[in-house]
Write a protein that binds this ligand. Sequence first.
Ligand code: MG
Ligand code: ZN
Length: 374
Amino acid sequence: MKSPLLPLLAILSLIGLTQCHPVRVAQGPAHPQTSIQERPTNIILMIGDGMGISQITAGLYSNDNRLQLERFKHIGLHKSHAFNKLVTDSAAGATAFSCGKKTYNYAVGVDADTIPCKTIMEEAKERGLATGMVVSSTIVHATPAAFIAHNEYRKNYEAIAAEFPGSGIDFFVGGGLKFFQNRESDSRDLCAEMRSSGYVIQDHFHDNIDQIVPAPNKPFGFLTANEDPLPFERGRSYLLPATLAGIDHLQHRSEHGFFLMVEGSQIDWGGHANESAYIISEMLEFDKIIGKVLDFAENNPGTLVIVTADHETGGYSILESSSMNALQTAFTTIGHTADLIPVFAYGPGAETFQGIYENTALYDKIMNLMGWSK
Ligand code: MG
Ligand code: ZN
């Protein structure tokens, strides 16, 4: 049946009125249509550990007043507090994102009653998406651990590592080889176990990641250091190439899309050390990766990119004596602070990340956008 609106639309377009609001409304209810179109295929969650507003500002004003982060148009703030403390640690902060639950500091992938909670990465895996993590700490450190493991204490690194073989993770890069083999708590060799189940595991440092990533029919792990990887300013170089290699690998591993978590882990460590130069070099490395990830998202329109932090570290501030590219800074703590934390989003559903909300709402928003029920 022909729509009775069509002759009206034809007349309106003749007199140049089709640009105006009433005609667009006449096309039908916008809401149901948008939610179908806005379902992302790929999710890239980028966490700058300890990356508060002042860390971002310091990066900006140490980089000729430019950041890749400025490309985002949809920006919000999250309330980072933990279940039992106003100031969160990275474990509770990451569990809020991964499980949508406020938990106590030191908890990874368990709720406030120490009950394991299903993580967003496990949800993704269950639904056939490829999953991956690329970090500049050990791969068992609090932030990545909260996405893959369930432990009441973040420093049970060997127990956290033991959750990798059964996780189905498709791609991971980070330090911490010593928690996978020559372990203190048992004689398991997790690298050998994963190899026997089909993984390619790289267990010593290699400069050119493109040469060691296998074809997408094999899952891949790269343990870049025995313990913590080096800071960027002291020679760590893998975070950007590993992120790009991860996107490429995951993209070809599943037709259902992928979930990738990328962490700029050491922005936090610069804050704990109260070293402004350390914060800035880690921040600018992370920002460069953000730019490359946005380039990918622009060319792959189903990709939702979310950039945020778990908390601010150092009570870092930029003093009045500063000038462009010459900052004078100060710190109020060697720990974390309770600051509100920015969230930047690009891609399908990005506008839903505007506003002020709990850190746990990141999980809720992703679950809603993907149409995944709890
Ligand atoms: Mg971290
Ligand atoms: Zn920290």
